[in-house]
Ligand binder design. Sequence first.
Ligand code: NDP
Ligand code: 8X3
Length: 252
Amino acid sequence: MNKITLITGATSGIGYACAQRFASEGHNLIITGRRKERLNNLSSELKEKYGVNVLSLNFDIREQKKVVEAIASLPDDWKKIDILVNNAGLAAGLNPIQTGVIDDWEQMIDTNVKGLLYMTRAIAPLMIEQLRGHIINIGSIAGKEVYPNGNVYCATKHAVNALTKGIRIDLVQHGIRVSQIAPGAVETEFSEVRFKGDTEKARQVYRGYEPLHAEDIAEVTYYVTTLPAHVTVNDLVIMPTAQASATVMHKE
Ligand code: NDP
Ligand code: 8X3
């Protein structure tokens, strides 16, 4: 039977690339995001290209009630989720703490930490019923190191790092695998979002070296799901070759 994979934040970047990768391997997909038109387009494309079934759930991950309603709305067959990719997330702003924008902080904490928790809380019981499942959290090098002005974003990704360990401990008795993929710089819409639509500033982040591509992350995310059931990749840090740490980048 085809596996069912749920990917949050599939409208762009890493989530979009994961949707393509998992669909290319015959997974039926549940894709989520706020941008409905993108979800609809992706859904049609994947069905046509790979012949898989795709279900779109259009909600803001910060709204716990909407998360619960969305998962409850799934037909019973679709509740047998094999893989949850907790990918939806963002950085908003890059300010020192003393000029930090409170709304940016709320948005990052609510999306990256609380959104991930809401999804996990809704789906872990369904996996427990099946005595199997794999939760993959998209963390970051920002969850391993802290860089100037990264303060709150880094804190949210440190929280993802800690939660990955905590969720694994709580679910080990149910045979559920829990992994974190922690990438360095990946060229997606991430920096455009961080710099609030300033495309030139966003482009600068990826200039002078080859950053990771969303497809690179999709590849390793898919890879960790292909290992035998008794094998779990707990944590996988993946960087552009030109990036040695959060702050050391070799640029031409
Ligand atoms: P993108 O901006 O390209 O994609 C982010 C995705 O998250 C979109 O699909 C967006 O969907 C979704 N999302 C954001 N906020 C919400 C929300 N409130 N409710 C529902 N969905 C939401 O960035 P990336 O692909 O780069 O980011 C994906 C993940 O990877 C994030 O967790 C990020 O922190 C992490 N990451 C990124 C790195 C990078 O360098 N790019 C490096 C390390 C980690 P929509 O707007 O439609 O809601
Ligand atoms: C995104 C990569 O280095 O901007 O998590 O934090 S970084």
